[in-house]
Design a protein around this ligand. Structure first.
Ligand code: DCP
Ligand code: MG
Length: 401
């Protein structure tokens, strides 16, 4: 085998961590995400809750209708992040390359350390065992010749699963009669397109490759290859500077018509975005504003802003973009930076050398904000960066403007 790849995916990750830390939750339908009284979605659900049809991404009201007896909890991102760090330590010890795709999911290139399939099986067993013994969590592991096959394998026996797909033939035999979405790169929209041409299964993709390529172009060629089990992609470590953007957004519990409030929220979002960019030593070269109106229509506006390296620049540009959009009730507002580059690329400006630069304007802005809402923003910034505090703060602002 050219490659030996392991894909690890934690089972019902957020929910499993909460159950581990509070045994009273064990065996109960647990839904992590928004509370039924709020607006929002399900982040994940325990396998007991999944029996009721509850799943990630589902509207929380719908989840409550299906599972009114469920236990509903907000996510504790700090906690999951720290567990994720512990998982990475285990994974890293078996991989020459580690590609994290999410907090709870990664591809491991184990060829060198495993030497052969037997060695890889041993690694897979050890990962499962150590995750259970050291972290008291279960995961599902797939061992395969390619990334797609490894991901498919880890899904195959979830939860607490293990499965191997060692050849392209095995992969094709496994998925050939499944829906086109069995190939992970086929998303909902692509699937709909394929269905409309009578292409429903992986077999249809193979049989009607010409049509697939015709309607989807380059992506169609890629999907046709995957359908034959061909995927030579390497395990490549995630590099934050290759990420396309950094953004933060909040959904309001009730629609907002006051655009001054939206602007004030943009101040906080800009600080959060800047904070995250700092963690990776990155800055953007463009700013985006995202709005979802009450009728769910979403828009994004963006503009190039070279060296967008302060919260103030993010805020000013996002606020100007906001001035340019249609004024109707808003459900969600987000701000972000894109075209990321590394700090080193940039020469220090005179302002930087003098200390602070235009961040002092941000202080003035925060002070004014503090007076308007009776909150000490400047003294609590580190807390506001956390998703749940940001959300609570914004809700407080909405009610007290
Ligand atoms: N997540 C989220 N919103 C989504 C999907 C996932 O917030 N739409 C979060 C919650 C999950 C975590 O990411 O716990 C990992 O996502 P997975 O898709 O791997 O789902 P789980 O680990 O929860 O369950 P599974 O056992 O199916 O992997
Ligand atoms: Mg998972």
């Amino acid at each position: 085998m050219d490659q030996i790849i392991i894909h690890v995916d934690m089972d019902a990750f957020y929910a499993s961590v909460e159950i581990r830390d509070n045994p009273e939750l064990k065996g109960k339908p647990l839904i992590i995400g928004s509370l039924p009284t709020e607006r929002g979605v399900v982040a994940t659900a325990s396998y007991e809750a999944r029996k009721y049809g509850v799943h990630s991404g589902m509207n929380i009201k719908e989840a409550y209708r299906l599972c009114p007896k469920g236990i509903y909890m907000h996510p504790d991102m700090e906690k999951y992040k720290s567990v994720s760090g512990q998982l990475h330590e285990i994974w890293r010890s078996y991989a020459t390359e580690l590609e994290a795709v999410a907090f709870d999911e990664a591809y491991l290139d184990v060829k060198e350390k495993a030497k052969d399939i037997e060695g890889a099986r041993r690694i897979a067993r050890e990962i499962k065992q150590r995750t259970l013994e050291e972290l008291r969590l279960t995961c599902s592991v797939g061992l395969a010749y390619s990334k797609t096959a490894a991901k498919t394998a880890s899904e195959e026996k979830k939860p607490d699963g293990y499965f191997e797909i060692l050849t392209p033939e095995d992969f094709v035999n496994l998925v050939i009669d499944r829906d086109v979405r069995a190939l992970y790169t086929v998303g909902a929209m692509t699937a709909e397109k394929l269905y409309s041409y009578g292409i429903h299964t992986v077999r249809d993709i193979i049989d009607k490759q010409d049509i697939v390529v015709n309607i989807l172009g380059k992506q169609g060629r890629w999907i046709s290859q995957l359908a034959r089990g061909i995927d030579n992609r390497k395990v490549t470590p995630y590099k934050p500077e290759e990420a396309k953007s950094i953004s933060r957004e909040v959904t309001f519990q009730e629609d907002v018509t006051n655009f001054e409030l939206l602007k004030d929220v943009l101040v906080l979002l800009s600080l959060c975005v800047k904070g995250r960019a700092d963690r990776y030593g990155l800055h953007g070269n463009g700013v985006t504003l995202k709005i979802t109106y009450s009728d769910m229509k979403g828009i994004t506006r963006s503009r190039l802003v070279p060296y967008c390296d302060t919260a103030e620049k993010i805020y000013r540009n996002a606020a100007e973009l906001l001035d340019g959009i249609e004024r109707r009730p808003v459900r969600l507002v987000g701000a972000g930076v894109y075209n990321l580059s590394r700090e080193e690329d940039q020469q220090l400006s005179m302002e930087d050398l003098a200390g602070g630069g235009d961040e002092t304007d941000m202080e003035t802005l925060l002070e004014r904000l503090g007076l308007r809402y009776g909150l000490d923003f400047a003294g609590n910034l580190d807390k506001i960066y956390k998703a749940d505090t940001l959300h609570r703060t914004v809700e407080y602002m909405r009610k007290h403007i």
